[in-house]
Design a protein around this ligand. Structure first.
Ligand code: NAP
Ligand code: BGC
Ligand code: ZN
Length: 355
């Protein structure tokens, strides 16, 4: 079967012929439908994040998948069920975090991530997975089912952000998303369509006309150009915001978030930056956090429960959002187009098969 993989140093993905995998005990065989591409895939291809499986010389890409159970094997799944796989797996048998259903909270070394760190991904015509890591979804969600994994990332961040403000009567009114990539725009969609904030902002660095600005404004949010309004100036130009979701991977934004926040606000950091050394006004920022009850959290990955709530969120989002967000779905004969990352692309996917 065909698989899309990257060899370290190659700088671009390529098609490889690999054997169809055999499901082991407790595993199902899944026929892949579509697999999304995100910023992490580009970071993996560039060699800035992730790793090949131990002892291997390439990594099959893809962690945002949707497929159909082709062989249920000895599991309780039914053949023909549409499923979305979760990303993390225990490398050497179950550990506490996996047994608690919280692989997203596992420390380094206690997990591999399919398609990212130490385990092959889902960009192949078939993949196997333990049934417990396959989340059944309604068949009508299949075409956009590759959006469930990134939505689950926001679902987790939101849960942790809310939990960190749960000790008092918190009434957030405004939210700011930093970044107009696929994760940022999905997060903004959730903010405007599913949450009760009165006002939403989204930061980018693009000139009009631009499809992401159209989407931001179509969602009723305000586009903020970081070249004109640096993040620390957002409170004066617009308002101090109650919640910030950082999805740029631009390290200075993590600290600038503190200035954008209103008293009692929370910033959730999701981007994964490269190493970068720069100066910050440490004393003032520390004082801001303390004297105004502000908080910053980091959040990575997601659990099965977040996937389940993400499937509900996807089902509830107006269909035009996925239509505008997904700028291209490409078959194996033109898979390279799914990895083009320019100002005309927002979210892309590779299609391996149809239901
Ligand atoms: P992406 O498509 O590359 O999006 C990043 C966006 O941020 C781009 O649209 C980029 O704008 C914008 N941006 C970067 N620097 C900016 C600046 N200084 N001012 C304004 N906008 C800026 O990537 P993605 O798939 O959405 O993912 C975003 C980040 O989240 C990545 O670092 C990824 O690794 C990370 N991520 C983390 C998790 C997690 O579990 N924590 C999950 C998924 C992704 P331009 O396109 O105009 O350059
Ligand atoms: C994936 C997460 C993963 C993270 C860090 C993200 O793009 O969606 O599942 O934990 O990258 O590798
Ligand atoms: Zn991802």
């Amino acid at each position: 079967m065909d698989a899309i993989a990257v060899e370290p140093g190659a700088g671009e993905p390529a098609l490889f012929e690999v054997p169809v995998p055999e499901p082991g005990p407790g595993e199902a065989l899944v026929r892949t439908l579509r697999v999304g591409v995100d910023g992490t895939d580009h970071e993996v291809i560039a060699g800035h994040h992730g790793d090949v499986p131990a002892g291997e010389d390439r990594l099959v890409l893809g962690h945002e998948a949707v497929g159909v159970v082709a062989d249920a094997n000895d599991t309780d799944l039914e053949e023909g069920t549409v499923v979305v796989p979760t990303v993390r797996r225990p490398p050497n048998g179950p550990t506490d975090h996996f047994e608690r259903g919280q692989p997203d909270m596992a420390p380094d070394g206690e997990y591999v991530e399919r398609g990212i760190v130490g385990a092959h991904g889902f960009m192949a015509e078939f993949f196997t997975s333990p049934a417990g890591f396959l989340v059944p979804i309604p068949e009508e969600l299949a075409p956009a089912g590759f959006l469930i994994e990134p939505i689950s990332i926001t679902a987790k961040a939101l849960e942790h952000a809310r939990a960190s403000r749960s000790a008092f009567d918190w009434r957030p009114e405004s939210a700011l998303v930093l970044g107009n990539g696929s994760l940022g725009l999905l997060t903004l969609s959730i903010v405007t369509e599913r949450l009760e904030y009165d006002r939403a902002y989204c930061l980018g660095r693009r000139d009009r006309p631009d499809p992401t600005i159209d989407l931001i404004e179509g969602l009723g949010a305000t586009y903020v150009d970081s070249r004109e309004t640096p993040i620390p100036e957002i409170p004066a130009e617009y308002e101090p915001v109650d919640v910030v979701f950082e999805t740029t991977g631009y390290a200075k934004h993590a600290f600038e978030t503190i200035d954008a926040l209103a008293p009692n606000g929370i910033g959730a950091l999701l981007g994964v930056p490269d190493d970068w050394t720069f100066e910050i006004d440490g004393g003032r920022l520390h004082r801001e956090l303390v004297l105004h009850n502000k908080a910053l959290i980091g959040s990575v990955n997601s659990s099965r429960e977040h996937f389940e709530s993400a499937a509900e969120t996807l089902a509830a989002l107006p269909a035009w959002i996925a239509d505008d967000l997904v700028t291209g779905v490409y078959g194996l004969d033109e898979f390279e187009r799914a990895f083009v990352d320019d100002d005309t692309t927002i979210k892309t996917a590779v299609e391996f098969d149809r239901i």
